[in-house]
Design a protein around this ligand. Structure first.
Ligand SMILES: [Zn+2]
Length: 191
């Protein structure tokens, strides 16, 4: 993905979170430069209400991006080999252990649900659901469905839910289109 805007194309919250760096394999573009950037992403992801905002210190902002990079390494390895390792699982488990004390089982209107008991300003409002989603994805064992976009320099990851399992692009509008244009010009050059 080259467009500098948040996209939710991965089919999984943890992978959408990982995809907040543009051009990962080229001149990488960091989308999370400030707490306001992370807030905007969290609102779009439905983790914060429209008027709620994170309040992050610099170390907390760094913790968010280093968590993201750990998840990237774990799921990129899964996308490449359709397997994971004890070390990778331990790294996710250690991150989840930090937010887990805030994960509470509650009942509201007769429905039992998980809730993150932290103020809207707290980084766990983002990292809690993201890490829970990463854990669920690992537990699901659907490793063969996790793919890396074929776009040059893109490096975005997604869960391929198509029946044929042949989805190649993070987005047809971005990497898919550019590949199509490149094939088109190659054909013209050859002609
Ligand atoms: Zn892509």
């Amino acid at each position: 993905m080259t467009t500098r805007e948040f996209q939710f194309i991965a089919g999984d919250l943890a992978l959408d979170f990982v995809n907040t760096v543009g051009n990962r394999l080229g001149a990488a573009d960091e989308y999370f430069r400030t707490a306001a950037d992370v807030t905007r992403w969290a609102r779009l992801a439905g983790l914060l209400g429209a008027t709620q905002s994170l309040r992050l210190t610099d170390p907390q902002l760094r913790a968010i991006t280093t968590t993201r990079e750990t998840l990237y390494r774990v799921f990129r390895a899964v996308s490449a080999s359709a397997r994971t390792s004890a070390a990778m699982v331990a790294s996710v488990d250690a991150l989840f252990a930090r937010v887990a004390p805030n994960h509470r089982l509650v009942i509201r209107d007769g429905l039992v649900r998980w809730e993150w008991r932290v103020p809207a300003t707290h980084p766990a409002r983002v990292l809690g659901p993201v890490l829970a989603s990463a854990c669920a994805l690992l537990v699901s064992g659907t490793f063969a469905m996790i793919h890396e976009c074929d776009g040059e320099h893109c490096g975005w990851l997604f869960l391929d839910r198509s029946r044929a399992g042949r989805r190649r692009w993070c987005s047809m509008r971005d990497c898919g289109n550019r590949a199509k244009a490149r094939r088109h010009y190659d054909a013209i050059r050859r002609a």
